[in-house]
Design a protein around this ligand. Structure first.
Ligand code: MTE
Ligand code: MO
Length: 471
């Protein structure tokens, strides 16, 4: 706010008791809430936020995720927060922070060990409509939490009336109908590596396999909430926030949200899943309970979910507000970005990739023919209708043969596998294969990532190309 003085985080910290006045910060604002503390319905619990940023405090008391509270807070604003770079250093993780990580299949293509991030092998994606559990890609932001399933309780909080309901795993597995749905999860950073070739972007340099498919079994979240007596048409409920039980060294948990429409819809299929391919969910993929939001970027399918909050504001997590958003191509540097003006990404755009052969493979001329294989996928429940494949840069296209799940209209949540056979052309010792897909809503892919380039390198769904050598 213009005109108000700037305070450092240290100055805010010194105002942590009634005698000094009680200050808190939230995002860029500094607030003097001394007068407010007296009348606060939570009693002295609000002192948890004293002298600090409010973000971790609100994570503990998410009932504050309300627009009224944000408005109320503005009345107490006394200044702006001057970001103190020395305090902004990430808290050093303890050396043993990652000591309990699970065992993983050594064939996964590892990008980072801590946190663990790895792609499926291409040959697995080319051949399996359902990815075997040990080959599902893994995208972790933090260490894998270990949850005691005997004492575990899922908490559902409705901020429109403050009501809290708890469920044990046993309740969820035995007291409700279970459904099984094939769902493809894709990280919004899939294929970022290729966008980076057009200009530097920030994030993990995923190739084409930050995507996998599983048969997810669980309770439809809609059914569970209705069972709880929650009115999903209550105008005060606009977002459903999911909080994970994985924490960073400062105690911040992974969280994200989806609009209530996705959960409420008969065609939404948002699942509270406790089985993956008929087995316990592997530790890396969210054991014992995770949210699966079909047709939407992977980031919203919160693993190790411990709390579900029905709220009138979206999740205030970093990942919801400042990370998974597509910036304009004109913003070359994240520092110039104003995330507050952009919507959090939900549905995935149409996508396809070649998984076989891979770049640099040698194809024997004597065979006369070769087969290309891969996947195509579209978010929002759209079914893949065709995949076109070319070996002459799109002068001629071949319609690939498709293999997919038989699904109701607009509820196609899983990828389609494709294959196409080609005669090896005479007189060439290298060929480039290119593929592109279209879906039941006539969505198509951009030829190049140039027009969709963004500094976070998200949602690269441009045509995929692979070069092979003929010998
Ligand atoms: N949930 C929690 N609790 N913590 C996380 O780090 N990563 C998200 C999402 N859910 C994440 C999470 C992201 S960005 C993706 S792409 C998917 O999980 C990946 O799911 P997977 O690891 O099961 O493939
Ligand atoms: Mo992701």
């Amino acid at each position: 706010k213009e005109g108000l003085p700037f305070y450092t985080e240290d100055q805010v910290k010194q105002h942590n008791k009634t005698e000094t006045g009680i200050w808190v910060s939230y995002k860029n604002g500094v607030y003097d809430i001394t007068d407010f503390v007296e009348g606060h319905p939570g009693g002295n619990k609000i002192m948890w936020g004293a002298g600090h940023g409010l973000e971790p405090f609100w994570e503990k008391f998410p009932i504050h995720f309300k627009s009224e509270v944000f408005e109320l807070l503005e009345e107490y604003r006394i200044g702006n927060l001057k970001k103190d770079e020395t305090n902004k250093k990430p808290i050093e993780p303890k050396p043993d922070f990652y000591k309990d990580e699970p065992k993983r299949n050594p064939q996964l293509k590892v990008l980072t060990q801590k946190p663990f991030n790895a792609e499926s092998p291409k040959e697995i994606s080319a051949e399996n409509l359902v990815t075997p559990l040990e080959f599902h890609f893994i995208r972790n932001h933090m260490p894998v939490p270990h949850i005691d399933t005997k004492t575990f309780k899922l908490e559902i909080l409705n901020v429109s009336n403050g009501e809290k309901i708890e469920f044990s795993l046993d309740d969820l597995e035995n007291k409700f109908n279970s459904v099984t749905i094939p769902v493809t999860l894709q990280c919004s950073g899939n294929k970022r590596k290729f966008m980076n070739e057009l200009g530097q972007v920030q994030g993990l340099m995923w190739d084409v396999n930050a995507i996998s498919t599983a048969l997810w079994t669980g309770v439809l979240l809609k059914d569970l909430l209705i069972h709880c007596g929650i009115d999903l048409n209550d105008p005060k409920i606009k977002h459903v926030i999911f909080e994970g039980l994985d924490k960073d060294p400062a105690g911040v948990v992974y969280a994200a949200s989806v609009p209530i429409e996705k959960v409420r819809s008969d065609n939404g299929d948002v699942l509270l899943a406790y089985k993956m391919n008929g087995q316990d969910i592997p530790l890396d993929n969210g054991y014992p309970l995770r949210i699966v939001v079909p047709g939407v970027i992977g980031a919203r399918s919160v693993k190790w979910v411990g709390k579900i909050i029905l709220s009138d504001v979206e999740s205030q997590s970093f990942w919801q507000l400042n990370d998974y958003k597509v910036l304009s191509p004109s913003i070359k540097n994240l520092k110039e970005a104003d995330f507050s003006k952009l919507k959090a990404v939900q549905e995935s755009p149409i996508q396809s990739a070649i998984c076989q052969p891979v770049d640099g493979n040698i194809i024997k001329r004597e065979n006369g023919k070769f087969i290309a294989k891969g996947y195509a996928f579209s978010g929002g429940g759209n079914e893949i209708e065709s995949v076109l494949v070319s070996i002459d840069n799109g002068q001629n296209w071949k319609n690939a043969t498709l293999k997919k799940f038989d699904r109701p209209l607009y509820r196609s949540w899983a990828w389609t596998l494709w294959e196409a056979e080609f005669d090896i052309p005479e007189g060439k010792d290298q060929i480039e294969i290119v593929c592109t897909a279209s879906d039941s809503n006539q969505n198509t892919q951009p030829e190049s990532a140039k027009s969709i380039w963004n500094a976070r390198g998200l949602l690269n769904n441009s045509w995929h190309r692979v070069k092979v050598n003929i010998q």
